[in-house]
Design a protein around this ligand. Structure first.
Ligand code: GTP
Length: 389
């Protein structure tokens, strides 16, 4: 029954392989592994007294267990251990053939296959422990692999001790227990793997919903989430943060000259340039079209202006193979934790709009929240003209 269910699970895994995002790897290998394990059990059931079929069943099952390891490695984005895979099944062929035909010994055959399968499982457990995130799914999957590997190695050790009954076809208590447990564990390990896959799917979808697909920086939703966290921190610490609103100048002309695809490349380049000009703890977002936001936590106006100038200098540098562009920026410093995000965005947007009005390729500073919006701030005071914030 468990074997049939493992066969059904291979369909589930293959369907997940077809439908899950391509970043989730290893599902196809696990699906193939289950097909091989079911085929191995089938050949084993048919083998009668045929040593050839017995050997074939063992090889097919080892391929299946090897593919489980390969799938697990792919899932954790590691290079698959194909060498270990091939060495394992070759050792099974040579070892079983020797102890089947030349020096027949059932106990040695069981010991050899148990040790080899244990090595495959031990490597999988090592990979899960080293690469898995701290989450229930990792613990569940790792524990199941551990139980299975302990079962396998116990069988191998018992095979070498004379008084134990490890013959799968025998009627001994351990044999029946092992057979039932092994089939059940195959099913459970698959469930464990599906658990880590669905957890990865959840993380991926959450990340996708907060990232801009073109530039891979935060989108509006991601920005709002990050802002909420930083705002809570600001309130707790009584610190200041600064928001930059950055808009690409004459972007319509870039689109008209280089086409929409060329425009997209410029947007990717702008996002990259901004991200490289700020600290890792700062947050860069695309707010729509050719408009970007940068949130600088725990940063007052003076350091924020240094960053603003750094971004503008980086933007002015010509880039080979990519149309050049400049940006206009609005700088809004938040000192009052009771100011809403909407209000902060409006201040930064108005300052950016003012920078556009005042000639583009420059920045303007928004007046403090609550202050009279009748005077302007600009580092380039001599260039200040019409627009007054
Ligand atoms: N390639 C590309 N273009 C976009 C995207 N989103 C918006 N746009 C274009 O960006 C252009 C923005 O034009 P405008 O709002 O007139 O601004 P502008 O030409 O940059 O002029 P100023 O902002 O006043 O300097 C429009 O032509 C939009 O179609 C996008 O994702 N990719």
């Amino acid at each position: 029954m468990a074997t049939l269910m493992a066969g059904a699970m291979s369909v589930v895994l293959y369907s997940a392989h077809l439908n899950f995002p391509k970043e989730i790897k290893g599902l196809r290998d696990w699906a193939a592994a289950l097909v091989l394990l079911v085929a191995g059990v089938g050949i084993f059931a048919l083998h009668g007294n045929s040593n050839i079929l017995l050997l074939a069943a063992n090889v097919v099952m080892t391929w299946g267990l090897g593919l489980m390891l390969i799938g697990t490695e792919k899932f954790y984005r590691l290079r698959p251990s194909w060498r270990l895979f091939h060495i394992t099944w070759l050792c099974i062929v040579i070892g079983l053939a020797y102890w089947l035909w030349i020096k027949p010994s059932f106990a040695t055959r069981v010991a050899i296959s148990s040790v080899l399968v244990f090595i495959l499982h031990a490597r999988a457990i090592y990979i899960i422990c080293k690469n898995g995130e701290r989450h229930f799914s990792t613990g569940f999957f790792g524990s199941l692999m551990l139980i299975e590997s302990l079962l396998v190695i116990t069988r191998g050790i018992l095979a070498l001790s004379s008084d134990a009954d490890v013959n799968l076809m025998g009627a001994g208590r351990f044999a029946s227990l092992y057979l039932a447990a092994a089939q059940f564990m195959t099913l459970m390990m698959t469930v464990g793997f599906m658990t880590v896959c669905t957890r990865r799917l959840q993380i991926l979808l959450e990340r996708r919903s907060t990232l801009d697909p073109l530039t891979q920086i935060l989108n509006r939703r991601g920005f709002a989430e990050i802002y909420a966290k930083e705002h809570a921190m600001m309130r707790r610490q009584g610190s200041t943060m600064t928001l930059l609103n950055i808009d690409v100048d004459h972007f319509k002309k870039i689109n008209d000259t280089y086409g929409h695809a060329g425009g997209d490349q410029v947007l990717i380049g702008v996002a990259d340039t901004i991200a490289k000009a700020v600290r890792i703890s700062d947050h860069v977002a695309r707010f729509g079209g050719e408009e970007f936001l940068v949130l600088l936590p725990d940063t007052g106006l003076a350091p924020a202006l240094q960053i603003t100038e750094r971004i503008q200098t980086a933007m002015r540098k010509p880039r080979p193979g990519r149309p050049g562009c400049t940006v206009s920026m609005g700088v809004a410093c938040q000192t009052d934790p009771d100011e809403s995000l909407d209000r902060l965005l409006i201040r930064a947007d108005q300052a950016m709009y003012c920078a556009k009005q005042n000639g583009r390729n420059r920045y303007e500073i928004a007046p403090q929240s609550g202050s009279e919006p009748t005077f302007g701030h600009s580092i380039e005071r001599d260039a200040m003209s019409e627009c007054r914030l």
